[in-house]
Design a protein around this ligand. Structure first.
Ligand SMILES: [Zn+2]
Ligand SMILES: [Zn+2]
Length: 229
């Protein structure tokens, strides 16, 4: 099966992952070439090929935004750093430990893939905005799957990047990793279900192209029931 980027809007492309990798979103806006999440890094050469088809390349990446720092999202940063020096953005709760040399949030240990130390250049908080010319984003802190999980709104597009917080079909991120919290996840899903968006791009599984808001409400209700909250 050949997997390629699916064009979601004028400048937003979405790649559904293989196996354990996270999904990857690519955005081209003015001179900015942005990745949201990077996979494990195991399939970096096919990512390079797919970026090439979109008139980009790994060495052209200017910004990497991580929805959180689990290894299946952050792993690809390491090979990309060998080709260029993109600005790396991550929520404070996971960026600060990483900048102190504590890589435990990545779960590299658990999955037998220790990552070398890394520097996070841009520390995100609730309400942070990112300006990439035509494309502007807003950060919503949505802990629960992990303490530093965020969702990203791409302004004026109706697109919400939901990381491992919200998945399609009533699904949601697991809470049994360190810093996971069922209470926080349910509160985050409630918040997402009250946001205005048309398309949801999750960290795993397929895009929510239709009824994304309804899907968020279903996930919230199922999580609330499952965790008896
Ligand atoms: Zn993930
Ligand atoms: Zn995760």
């Amino acid at each position: 099966m050949i997997i390629v980027f699916d064009q979601i809007s004028k400048s937003v492309y979405f790649l559904v992952s293989r196996s354990f990798d996270s999904n990857i979103t690519f955005i081209k806006s003015n001179d900015h070439h942005i990745l949201i999440d990077t996979g494990t890094g195991l399939y970096i050469s096919s990512l390079e090929r797919e970026l090439h088809d979109l008139g980009s390349s790994l060495s052209s990446i200017t910004d990497i935004i991580l929805t959180h720092s689990h290894i299946d999202h952050i792993g690809g940063v390491i090979p990309i750093l060998e080709t260029c020096s993109p600005k790396i953005h991550l929520h404070r709760a996971e960026a600060e430990p990483i900048n102190r040399g504590d890589m435990s949030h990545t779960l590299g240990d658990t999955f037998g893939a220790d990552l070398p130390p890394l520097k996070i250049d841009s520390i995100l908080d609730e309400g942070s905005t990112l300006d990439f010319g035509e494309v502007k984003m807003r950060v919503f802190h949505t802990p629960g799957h992990s303490e530093g999980s965020i969702v990203l709104e791409i302004q004026d597009t109706g697109i919400l990047l939901t990381g491992d917080t919200l998945f399609p079909g009533g699904s949601f991120g697991r809470v049994d990793f360190p810093t996971g919290s069922p209470e926080k996840l349910v509160a985050s899903l409630k918040r997402i279900s009250e946001m205005e968006f048309d398309i949801g791009l999750p960290g795993h599984m397929n895009a929510m192209k239709y009824n994304a808001k309804k899907s968020a409400l279903t996930s919230f209700k199922l999580a609330k029931t499952m965790f008896r909250l």
